[in-house]
Design a binder for this molecule. Structure first.
Ligand code: SF4
Ligand code: FES
Length: 376
């Protein structure tokens, strides 16, 4: 077996519980229940294994990772093990006391997501009254403690008109980095794709806004920009390539090469309860299935970009074609490229949003609550 470098980072999805109900949530349709979550000792063991195998970073995510009362303990343990620690949070549970405990434990970086700049619009998307205000307060707590702050602003056809104000908000909140992230269509977000996917014109205008802001704010704010790849001609290197840079651990302990991997057929994902991270990463069938380029079909197999985008996203390829080995249909060279057309046409007349009912954790989109779309 060829030598495999360790992952750069582990994404520790410590819980799927979350006080928010964003209709673009990329978590799976069937959420892990609280009673099935890994306990503190098992997470400690997983973090130790990560550090030992050469992982550099751990990203505490969810759901809302602060829904776990032992998050501060896990952060402190990871920091003691020598891992760079990043908290990915909505911010609504970040009190002064908990912020102090995170600093005490050695947190290195905090990323707070925002849904909008206008409170009614942001609270509506989050499904949580007061979310916007709590997020601003959380950002202030992070900066008061001199922690580096990234703002993650999820954008879509219903809030792109306010993108310039989103960028100003990130500056005012004291962020050093802003991620302008168009919704990616996995998990629950796929059920709401047609309500969120921007038109080509909206996307081009947003791209111009980002480019101008990058120039204007050079040296003050770094702006990362993730476009909805449905409008692209070449796919993204999803996860930096299957099992090349990232390893996800779900709340219940399944190890995944990406957050949507469980949508693929014929793969079984090892549990960190019974198998070491190192063995999972190097030897499991699931991580080796699409690693490298040997698994590729044409046109990827002989394409110059095969070690740049790694054939795009396996989960998106399967979602459109039912075959996870084909080129991502986003690619203009893919024989399935036309499969994107219906989604792009539907974006011209968006339907209402579909909200997940938290508590009915495995509810299907057809069972869920529908709210009218805001005027784009
Ligand atoms: Fe990427 Fe495959 Fe398209 Fe080449 S043919 S650009 S490797 S998806
Ligand atoms: Fe699974 Fe892209 S989300 S490979």
């Amino acid at each position: 077996m060829p030598e495999v470098d360790p992952p750069l980072a582990v994404l520790a999805e410590v819980t799927h519980r979350c006080p928010l109900q964003c209709p673009y949530c990329s978590n799976p349709l069937a959420l892990d229940r609280a009673r099935d979550e890994l306990d503190t000792d098992t997470w400690r063991r997983v973090l130790d294994q990560a550090a030992t195998m050469g992982v550099l970073e751990v990203h505490f995510s969810g759901g809302e990772p602060m829904a776990r009362g032992d998050l501060e303990e896990l952060v402190a343990h990871a920091a003691r093990a020598g891992l760079y620690t990043n908290l990915i949070t909505s911010g609504v549970l970040l009190s002064d006391t908990r912020a102090d405990a995170l600093v005490e434990g050695g947190i290195d970086h905090v990323q707070i997501s925002i849904q909008d700049v206008e409170d009614p619009a942001g609270d509506r998307i989050a499904g949580y009254a007061g979310a916007q205000r709590l997020k601003r307060e959380a950002a202030a707590r992070v900066r008061e403690r001199d922690l580096p702050l990234t703002i993650n602003a999820v954008v879509h056809r219903q809030n792109l008109i306010r993108l310039p104000a989103v960028i100003e908000e990130a500056v005012e909140l004291g962020a050093g980095r802003l991620e302008v992230a168009h919704v990616q269509y996995y998990g629950w977000a796929l059920a709401n794709r047609d309500a969120f996917l921007p038109t080509r014109t909206q996307l081009d205008e947003a791209t111009a806004v980002v480019q101008a802001a990058r120039e204007r704010l050079r040296g003050r704010l770094v702006i990362d920009y993730a476009v909805p790849d449905y409008h692209s001609m070449v796919p993204k290197a999803c996860m930096g390539g299957w099992a090349r840079r990232f390893l996800n651990v779900t709340p219940a302990g399944r190890a995944l090469p990406c957050h949507a991997a469980e949508t693929l057929p014929g793969l079984s994902f090892p549990s960190v309860r019974t198998t070491s991270l190192d063995a999972i990463w190097r030897s499991s069938d699931a991580f080796n299935r699409f690693r490298g380029t040997d698994w590729m079909m044409e046109p990827c197999r002989s394409c110059d970009r095969r070690e740049i985008d790694w054939g795009g996203c396996r989960c998106q390829a399967f979602a459109f074609t039912r075959n996870p080995r084909v080129a991502d249909p986003v690619c203009h060279l893919s024989p399935d490229h036309g499969a994107l057309e219906p989604a792009l046409r539907a974006a011209e007349a968006p339907p209402p949003l579909i909200y997940r009912r938290i508590g009915g954790s495995s509810s299907a989109p057809e069972d869920a609550e529908r709210l009218p779309a805001a005027t784009p």
